[in-house]
Structure formats: C-alpha cells, structure tokens
Design a protein. Structure first.
Length: 404
C-alpha cells in the first residue's frame, strides 16, 4: 500500500538542531534555531507567565472543548494587542480573529481560506523568507512566487525593486510581508517605507498577509505593530477600508513555544463581511483540528488581561529585546576589531532575533566543522542564541572563515 511513499528529507533547521544535540564538543554554539535563550543559554520561564499559570491552575476549571474559534478572552486580548484598545476596526467589528495552533496554524488556516474563497490568487513571499512560508501555501494548493527584498551587496532592503515587482502583480494577489523583525534577514521596512507601500497595495488591489511572530523584539510592542495599525487605517481604491490578514504568535514573546499559542485575524471592510469570514475560518478549522487547546491561550489571556502581569511581561520583553541588541553590539565590535576594513554595520541596523551574516554555505560548513558554531547554511544567525559566554568566540570564528 505504501511502497511508493518517498522518504522525508527533514526540515533543514530542525535537522541541524538535531545534529547539534549529537555533537560531543564541549564548546559548541547553537545559533541555528529560532528560539530566545537567556544569558545562561537557557530557554527562560518568564515570571509573568509563571504567575499567570499559577492563577490558571488554581481555578481548577474543567477542560471542555473550546469553541472552534478559540477562547473569547484570548481573542479579545489578541485584538487589543495588535490594533490597540479602542481601535476603529475593533469598534466597528471589522476584525475576525481565531485562536490558532501557533502562528503556523494560523498561517495554514489563512492559506486554506484563501485557496477556497480567492481561487486563482497567487502568493508572493519575500526573497528570502522563512522556509516554511512557501511550503504551507503550496500545501494549500496555491502557486507561490517571490519578490525582491534583501540586497546582499548592502545588507539592506531592496525597496525600489520590491515595489516595482509588486506594481506588476494581478489584482487579488496575496503579498506575504513580515510586519517586523524579518526572518531570516533582520531587515525591516521603515515607517516611511510602509507609508509608501500601503497605497501601492491598495492601488493594485492586493491582499497583504502579515506575519507577526516577533512583536516586541524590534522597537517595542506598539512600535512593532505599526504596519498592522497603518493597514487597518488605510482605504482601498474603492474608498472602503482595506482588507488584510495577520498571523501572530506568542512563542517568542512569552517563551511559550510548546504551548502553540497563536492567532489569525482577518480585517474586513465592514462588520457583515467579518461575520461571514469568521464563519468560514471556523469551518476551515473544524475540518482540520476542530478547536484549539485551552492551557496556553489562557496563560496569554491572563498575562495580557491583568494589569500587574501585563506590566511585568512588558518589562521582561524589553529586557529580552535589549539583551539581543547588546549581543549585536558585541558581535559587531569583535568582528570590526579583527577585520577593520570590512563593514559590519548591518549587524547593528538589522532588528530582532535574526541576522544575515554574509557567510556563504561553504563558510557556514567550516564554522560548524572547525569551530562547532552552528548556523543555517543560508548564513542566517540567531542573535538570541548569543550570550556573554559565547559571543566573542562566535565573532572570532566568523572572522576566521571570512578571512579565508
């Protein structure tokens, strides 16, 4: 029956992480997987989340199936976090939000929804993008293409080329954009660039699909939601509010990776559309995983909904953000000291957990084989894996392979 089934090559990042675990060398450094580690090299348990969990467990509540769309308190808190409390889109009930199984689950539900209700639409992702973006949309039966994004020569954004390509797309094409802290490059649009891009998206009648997995890791919680809020305030070429999609996650910002806490929100032109969209999102979920899990979502709802816990979480998230920035500075200084003629300024201008190092696959292989420093072969480095105990060694190893 299954003799024809081909072997799975494995996810390149997860497979690399497995190789790291098997490596017996004591000084090995894992900068491949997208997880935030503290300065001791551990995945932190945030105090705000720990206190929220104590409250949730103390309720001793039953564990029924959640509604298909997820818990109401979770969804309300997600909307307020994304759009800001009292935003016009929320007051007008134009936002259809579901609780999803991580943002990956939200992305896939959104992909299935688009395949069903915007047949013929094609998806455009940045070059490069997170590897799984293409797989998920292709898995929904959608054709996926790429638009220019990263300029390898400068380590910056190819904004003019990006806009030129998007200007040629057919109406109702889906444009997937990282709202902040681009994975894998760390290169983001500025506010001014968003203000230029949004009218182009409206004029061409394109559907923005935002991936917001790192809210709070760039400049701040509200600052990193600029694209979401700017799109929610924009109008399409017909004069009605723009429609767009946003998937967001709490894996990184609350260190809740295994709890799979995410959401998908579809912003519609009016409340009637939002009701219908929510219904079809629920139908998509029902024929997939039926309903989301309870526990993680209630931790998120408690942290976001209780003022004391919210304040504590914001402080912890700010500390994580500042630690990442500090590691960027040390890495930059180490490389600059070893190779003063080379410009490493992109490590300081890129934002969030990731950076493109400029290393080619052969140099990445040498880093791993000779120095036990693990990066993805594209040259992506997870800055959040650096700490005061390994950052200088990483910089020296990188300088050695760059020097040839």
């Amino acid at each position: 029956m299954f003799e024809h089934v081909e072997p799975f090559a494995g996810d390149p990042i997860l497979s690399l992480n497995e190789d790291f675990q098997k490596d017996p060398r004591p000084g090995k450094i894992n900068l491949s997987i997208g997880i935030y580690f503290d300065d001791a090299g551990k995945i932190p348990v945030l105090d705000s989340v720990r206190r929220a969990e104590q409250q949730v467990v103390a309720r001793n509540a039953p564990k029924p199936y959640l509604p298909i769309e997820g818990a109401a308190n979770f969804r309300e808190q997600v909307q307020a976090l994304l759009f800001g409390a009292g935003h016009e889109a929320l007051a007008g009930k134009r936002v259809a939000t579901i609780q999803s199984v991580g943002s990956s689950g939200g992305l896939k539900v959104g992909a299935d929804f688009i395949a069903r209700w915007l047949p013929g639409s094609e998806v455009w992702v940045s070059d490069p993008s997170w590897e799984n973006h293409r797989s998920m949309f292709e898995g929904a039966g959608l054709a996926v293409h790429s638009y220019p994004y990263y300029d390898a020569a400068t380590g910056a954004l190819s904004f003019d080329a990006m806009c030129a390509t998007l200007h040629t797309l057919r109406a109702r094409s889906v444009v997937l954009i990282h709202a902040c802290c681009h994975n894998p490059t760390g290169v983001d649009l500025t506010r001014a660039q968003w203000d230029t891009l949004i009218p182009l998206l409206a004029e061409r009648d394109l559907l923005p699909y935002l991936d917001l997995a790192y809210q709070g890791f760039g400049d701040g919680i509200a600052e990193d939601a600029y694209a979401v809020r700017a799109l929610a305030a924009a109008r399409g070429k017909d004069g009605r509010p723009m429609s767009f999609v946003v998937a967001n996650s709490f894996s990184k910002s609350m260190s809740l990776y295994g709890e799979r806490c995410g959401a998908l929100s579809v912003v519609c032109a009016d409340a009637k559309e939002a009701v219908n969209v929510l219904g079809q999102l629920k139908f998509t979920v029902r024929r997939n995983y039926s309903s989301p899990p309870i526990h993680g979502g209630q931790l998120v709802a408690a942290v976001l909904g209780e003022p004391a816990l919210r304040a504590a979480w914001e402080e912890e998230l700010a500390a994580m953000r500042e630690r990442i920035k500090a590691m960027r500075k040390v890495l930059h200084a180490t490389l600059k000291a070893k190779m003063p003629a080379r410009d490493f300024g992109y490590f300081l201008s890129q934002r969030g957990m990731f950076s493109y190092t400029g290393l080619n696959p052969q140099q990445v292989d040498r880093l791993r084989e000779e120095f036990a420093v693990y990066l993805v072969r594209s040259g992506r480095l997870c800055i959040a894996g650096l700490n005061t105990g390994n950052v200088e060694a990483t910089g020296l190893a990188m300088a050695a392979v760059l020097d040839g």
